[in-house]
Ligand binder design. Structure first.
Ligand code: GLY
Length: 385
């Protein structure tokens, strides 16, 4: 990536701080699959089951990100301990296949950064098998009448048979990968059908996106929309915007379909125009002024997506995307990173959802996407999406 000398110095400094931190944190957390921190210490979703539900334990949707960070570090440094720890994480995830009922559409988030990353880097055939199994599970969630992939299993008081969510744009790359790997077009056909449905039913005219759209699972067609993890129906949950922004770039990278690039750009333009002057990304662009909840994870994912757009467009267009990505990352580095030994995560100020009680916490995908974005700026990222 073309950047100024001052920016290059800053990127190198962040890489140095990130490498130092990963060196000791990876030793300390090598037997865990963390989601967040409790009193600064990584929790562990690999065996504990905090709420008694499979989906919160080994099947928890974020369980691929720690492995993804370890593979990114192995790719960038060649240090064998990262590979060893990442493989340990991946082995633990086999228990999720065993549990099965706790699995959902987020198998892409779980096995792209682990098994697909491993297979790409080392050719491990066990990893290939795991990723193909996960792809079969994802393909099995496709509703051919509504042309969407079902997101979640039934919630306690909610019939979710017709629910699709914007986040799934990060899961369908597993289907593109499966078609590329096996030569069987069915996986990619399902992925493009789903992406087309999202393009037509989730993306609003102004470039913002819904979090949840409910389709009639028997006859197809939109039933209603929901605000999901954002402020309210019709609002604009920022992490959802970034799942769409970067997600459509992933579909473009796999298919070359320009409509996906244009859609990613449309969402990006909406996102860039909505960033507040101080550069701090809120949980929802349409939330009330107070409380000023922020979500650093959304800023990190947006930066990744914007850099990916900069990689795809003509020379004259790149700058706007790259400059915004760097501005977001610099703001995160200045205001939301902790490089000390006080916390096992380095990115702070993440918020899982607007209506959750807890805000401004460390969340593993914040660390993951901040790392991916910084490595992208050095052209040292491992792309497995
Ligand atoms: N994919 C769920 C979330 O972004 O919180």
């Amino acid at each position: 990536m073309q950047t100024t000398e001052i920016t290059m110095t800053w990127i190198d400094e962040v890489v140095r701080k990130m490498s130092n931190k990963m060196d000791w944190v990876s030793d300390k957390s090598q037997d865990k699959i963390p989601y967040t921190t409790l009193n600064g210490i990584h929790d562990d979703r690999s065996s504990s089951n905090p709420s008694g539900s499979d989906a919160d334990g080994i099947c928890w949707w974020t369980n691929g990100f720690w492995g993804g960070m370890l593979w990114q570090m192995y790719h960038a440094t060649g240090e064998s301990k990262y590979r060893e720890y990442a493989e340990r994480t991946e082995n633990k995830l086999d228990e999720a296949f065993e549990q099965f009922y706790g699995l959902h559409h987020d198998v892409g988030f779980m096995w792209l950064p682990t098994s697909v990353a491993n297979y790409k880097l080392t050719g491990n055939l066990q990893s290939r098998k795991r990723a193909l199994l996960a792809a079969q599970l994802l393909a099995g969630r496709y509703n051919p009448v509504g042309e969407f992939i079902r997101a979640w299993n039934d919630l306690p008081e909610e019939d979710t048979r017709g629910w699709a969510i914007i986040d799934c744009m990060f899961n369908i790359p597993l289907l593109y990968w499966a078609s590329e790997e096996t030569g069987d077009p069915r996986f990619a056909q399902i992925a493009t059908k789903h992406a087309d449905t999202v393009m037509n039913s989730f993306v609003r005219p102004d470039g913002s996106v819904h979090h949840i759209v409910e389709f009639d699972p028997f006859h197809g067609g939109v039933v209603q929309t929901y605000g999901g993890q954002g402020y309210a129906d019709g609002s604009s949950w920022t992490r959802g915007q970034t799942w769409g922004l970067y997600g459509f770039m992933m579909s473009y990278n796999h298919t070359g379909k320009v409509e996906y690039l244009y859609t990613a750009k449309r969402i990006a333009h909406y996102f860039m125009a909505s960033i507040p002057e101080d550069g701090i990304v809120p949980v929802d662009f349409r939330q009330p002024m107070e409380p000023a909840y922020q979500d650093a994870t959304a800023a990190a994912i947006a930066a990744c997506g914007l850099i990916e757009i900069a990689r795809a467009v003509d020379e004259g267009e790149k700058d706007m995307y790259l400059r915004t990505a760097i501005r977001l990352l610099k703001t995160l580095d200045e205001q939301s990173t902790d490089w000390s030994h006080d916390c096992d995560c380095f990115l702070q100020n993440g918020s899982a959802a607007y209506h959750h009680l807890q805000h401004h916490q460390s969340i593993i995908y914040g660390d993951y996407y901040f790392m991916e974005a910084i490595l992208k700026l050095k052209d040292q990222d491992l792309y497995f999406w």
